[in-house]
Write a protein that binds this ligand. Structure first.
Ligand code: G6P
Length: 491
């Protein structure tokens, strides 16, 4: 249920800031407007963090040129940040997703550098910082999310030195040799160093960040601590460490055990022709996910007659994403051409080799798909974490199924018992897929049990509390600074 806030603005002890609000606006045929919870890993993760807390969420509503009043949704205070159509192009599609995203994902596609995109990134980050400053109580904890908002910690510190500021990077942090390409690299590092604590998915990401500070800012670093000295001689220390994100194990495990989901899993297998082996891929349609490599390996296995429909089939769910960015359009075309070719070449009537679904699905349908799939293919070329891998394992309470997992995901560092692959090595990927199919059920059950234990012990609640504890005890914990006027200057 949604209520528009008319009461005087409140201040909150915990403020989350992310590029997107955790809701999507839905306009009905009669013109009435309502909100639904948005899909996606970040939203799911933060949703469970905010439950039972008096918190606010600052984010963009997802539509250009729409100014939304603050609202309360499922007892969370939402403070929308408006973006113009030009800002969506320059800050979101441009700098965030066509400059930073490719650089942070090992330059799988070429990044673009445009000064007007950078100016827009600064302007929007400043708007976020202002909105956070407006809703944060004295001494509040602020948790900024992801690569779209890397300047916010510094901008916020400038006007609110009383706040505890943390930032978490959901995506990889690149090696300094790649990061150094960014013309505005120093401003980004200085922006982040406004925080008390910076969280990363992997130890290597935190180390890459510390190394970038050392090389590009010539600052002092000691272990995971970075000390930045300002021009006025004052200094502050930021800690950078790995705290890998997870999912709500209990909730998803329970959902996957529900009779409705289990029935649906059986029904799905039946609708797909009761194959002996059902393989599944679930990704945002993004070039980082290695979908083309996966399809290549699958196509060659069909060509080799190692596998084939109706005995074996592949369901590929590809959720539409960033469709106005050229690299994403090209990827879609390539994937759809390949799927068409594979089906044309290898499918008998009524038994497609690939079932390609360009949609997103609700969580219960995803749980049923996971439960139905004998082999889950998670083959990114680079991925901060990959929550799909953790979701699959969580749904396999029956200890069935096998996870093929790329070593270039954050998830690999926790689930290394999976069937590990290097997606660039097509021959190796083919062998790993066959191994995942042919390993005896009791051995797969043993692997699944141990992976489930890991996720159950390291769920999203633990992730959030570990992050918030690290933030609370971050190194530079001065006496709480006096809060200056709204536009007060920093130290
Ligand atoms: C990744 C990012 C998130 C982002 C999500 C969806 O998981 O880490 O910050 O929200 O992709 O991308 P989108 O551009 O649609 O928000």
């Amino acid at each position: 249920m949604t209520t528009h806030v008319s009461a005087p603005r409140r201040h909150f002890e915990l403020v989350i800031a992310a590029n997107r609000l955790p809701v999507d606006q839905v306009t009905a045929a009669d013109g009435s407007v309502s909100w639904t919870r948005s899909p996606g890993g970040l939203v799911t993760a933060m949703d469970s963090v905010m439950r039972n807390r008096d918190g606010a969420w600052v984010g963009w509503g997802g539509e250009p040129d729409v100014d939304i009043a603050p609202l309360v949704h499922e007892s969370m205070y939402l403070r929308p940040v408006a973006l113009s159509a030009a800002e969506v192009e320059d800050y979101y599609e441009g700098f965030s997703n066509d400059t930073l995203w490719p650089i942070y994902h090992d330059v799988i596609v070429q990044p673009s550098f445009h000064r007007e995109w950078w100016r827009s990134y600064i302007a929007v980050n400043q708007r976020f910082a202002d909105a956070i400053a407006e809703v944060a109580a004295d001494g509040a904890t602020v948790w900024v999310q992801d690569y779209q908002l890397q300047l916010v910690p510094r901008m916020l510190r400038d006007q609110r030195p009383d706040l505890r500021i943390g930032w978490f990077n959901h995506i990889p942090f690149p090696a300094v040799e790649l990061f150094a390409q960014i013309p505005w690299r120093r401003s980004i590092l200085e922006g982040l160093l406004g925080a008390d604590f910076l969280g990363f998915q992997r130890v290597a990401d935190a180390q890459n960040f510390v190394r970038a500070c050392r090389r590009l800012l010539q600052v002092t670093t000691r272990g995971d601590l970075v000390t930045l000295t300002s021009r006025d001689g004052s200094s502050r220390t930021t800690r950078a460490a790995a705290i890998p994100i997870s999912i709500d194990f209990q909730a998803l495990n329970q959902l996957s055990m529900s009779p409705a989901v289990m029935d649906r899993a059986r029904e799905l297998r039946h609708q797909l022709g009761d194959p002996r082996v059902l393989m599944l891929g679930v990704d945002r349609l993004d070039y980082t996910k290695g979908i083309r490599h996966r399809l290549k390996a699958y196509e060659e296995l069909l060509q080799d007659k190692a596998i084939g429909p109706p005995d074996v089939t592949l369901v590929q769910v590809a959720t539409p994403s960033r469709e106005r960015v050229e690299a994403y359009r090209e990827l879609r075309q390539q994937v759809e051409t390949t799927v068409g070719r594979i089906n044309g070449d290898y499918s008998p009537i009524g038994s497609p080799a690939v079932h390609y679904l360009h949609h997103s699905y609700p969580q219960d349908e995803m749980a049923a798909l996971y439960l139905a799939a004998d082999v889950m293919l998670v083959t990114p070329l680079r991925d901060g974490m990959n929550l799909v891998a953790k979701e699959y394992v969580t749904c396999r309470h029956d200890l069935g199924g096998a996870l093929v997992l790329s070593e270039f995901t954050g998830a690999y560092h926790e689930l290394s018992q999976a069937f590990i692959c290097n997606p660039h090595d097509i021959e190796g990927l083919k062998e790993t897929i066959l191994k995942a199919i042919n390993t005896p059920a009791h051995e797969k059950a043993r692997i699944m049990r141990s992976m489930r234990r890991r996720i159950a012990d390291h769920d999203v609640h633990r992730w959030a509390s570990r992050f918030l504890e690290a933030l609370a005890s971050a190194p530079d914990h001065p006496q709480r600074a006096e809060r200056p006027g709204r536009r007060g200057v920093l130290r």
